[in-house]
Design a protein around this ligand. Structure first.
Ligand SMILES: [Zn+2]
Length: 127
């Protein structure tokens, strides 16, 4: 089993540089939405600002345009999931709950498929 890699900043170091290829959902001047590389839900999309911003609490007044862009992308992704599946959840983590120290938003639908340690749940391993 591959150990889960711990990145200082997976989004700046891997996703935005293109070192780790992601399946893009939507891209704008300031934001990128893509399918989670290790999804925790049946449908799990991540939305990030292209600029490094630590967290939702770290957004400055000068970054308002970026934040508006991020929120519009989140809305479009959420509308896509509602259209396709009828529902979704939007969340962002703060402090010790935040695994990658680059603001990212989760937009997801469906059953949870991994535990907190990132292991696939039993019914998923059987598939
Ligand atoms: Zn970053």
């Amino acid at each position: 089993m591959m150990a889960e890699q711990k990145w200082e900043d997976f989004y700046c170091d891997e996703v935005l540089t293109g070192k780790t290829q992601v399946e893009k959902v939507l891209e704008t001047e300031h934001s990128l939405a893509f399918y989670h590389t290790r999804p925790y839900y049946e449908v799990h999309i991540i939305v990030i600002p292209k600029k490094h911003i630590l967290s939702f609490l770290a957004v400055t007044i000068e970054e308002t345009d970026i934040m508006v862009d991020v929120l519009q992308v989140i809305r479009q992704v959420a509308a896509k999931l509602e259209n396709e599946h009828g529902a979704c959840t939007i969340s962002t983590n703060i402090g010790s709950y935040q695994s990658n120290k680059h603001m990212h938003w989760h937009v997801h639908y469906g059953a949870r498929i991994r535990d907190e340690q990132g292991r696939l749940l039993n019914d998923q391993q059987a598939k």
